[in-house]
Design a protein around this ligand. Structure first.
Ligand code: HEM
Ligand code: HEM
Length: 225
């Protein structure tokens, strides 16, 4: 019996820089959440440090140093992202007027209650997710840098000011966890699955791009003509 292997045609959606930034931000954020909670200090209380090989999770100097290294990676990736996209004048992910209304329409369409609008490279809800996650990370970076300065021996801030900074750092932590849960929750829906290979390999199925991201698809091919 002859078996036919049908290779699906792919379209390039992301280059190396986008993949690097996504995974540098994702990995550093996971590490920052883990090492940040270590400072609260949750893991001693819940005896995670009794697990063989995990005694370091309640060692303040170790987890603080991990927090600093992950913060440096996060800041590098964010600065690289802003410089890279500004230089290329590529603002595909910046929210646009009407994105809230369009997001509701897309969610209704996923549930089968409405017709999906024509989409550009990113869905309206992806642009809003980008704004939410980006803004929250910015709060964490600014308040984090102030907390680092406070830890230096020759810099002092008032107690009241530092209390506010810590409240905002903690609020940012809660918001980023919510953002990640919603972000990953989007992939419960089958309609969003074809985007998953793209964030690992940079390529997605061409038929999917044509059907769901028609504005972007037409633009890519108009350029090639
Ligand atoms: C296992 C973890 C993760 C997976 C599998 C994943 C997957 C994805 C995928 C498939 C996209 C869509 C890209 C496209 O449109 O082609 C995306 C976009 C994005 N991801 Fe992630 N991601 C993960 C973790 C994270 C984390 C931890 C963050 C931030 C802290 C993050 C931030 C973003 C942002 C800002 C976007 C663009 C907006 C959006 O599409 O919602 N991701 N991710
Ligand atoms: C996703 C990003 C981040 C998360 C989720 C996160 C989370 C946390 C948490 C939960 C704490 C412990 C509670 C507190 O003191 O407020 C903490 C402390 C701290 N974070 Fe972050 N953080 C993030 C990013 C950053 C960044 C970017 C920096 C530095 C530039 C930073 C610097 C610090 C410092 C200095 C402390 C206090 C350590 C101490 O003096 O005990 N954080 N972080």
């Amino acid at each position: 019996m002859t078996e036919k292997i049908i290779r699906k045609k792919k379209i390039t959606r992301h280059g190396f820089s986008v993949l690097f930034v996504h995974w540098a931000v994702a990995i550093s954020t996971f590490v920052l959440i883990f090492s940040g909670f270590a400072q609260m200090p949750l893991y001693k209380r819940y005896m995670l440090d009794r697990v063989p090989g995990l005694s370091w999770v309640s060692d303040y100097s170790v987890t603080l140093s991990i927090h600093y290294w992950a913060a440096a990676l996060l800041i590098f990736a964010m600065v690289y992202h802003i410089v890279f996209h500004s230089m290329r004048r590529d603002f595909d992910m910046v929210p646009r007027r009407g994105d809230i209304r369009e997001s509701v329409q897309i969610i209704m369409a996923v549930l089968g209650w409405a017709k999906e609008p024509e989409n550009d490279k990113y869905l309206a809800e992806q642009r809003l997710a980008y704004l939410f996650i980006g803004f929250t990370l910015l709060i964490l970076v600014v308040t984090g840098i102030i907390k680092v300065l406070k830890n230096l021996p020759y810099i002092n801030f008032s107690e009241g000011f530092m209390l506010w900074i810590t409240q905002f750092h903690n609020l940012g932590t809660i918001l980023i966890i919510i953002g990640i849960v919603v972000h990953l929750g989007a992939f419960i829906f089958r309609e969003n699955w074809p985007m998953l290979p793209g964030i690992f390999t940079g390529k997605i199925d061409m038929e999917y791009a044509k059907r769901r991201h028609s504005i972007w698809y037409d633009r890519v091919f108009a350029k090639k003509r």
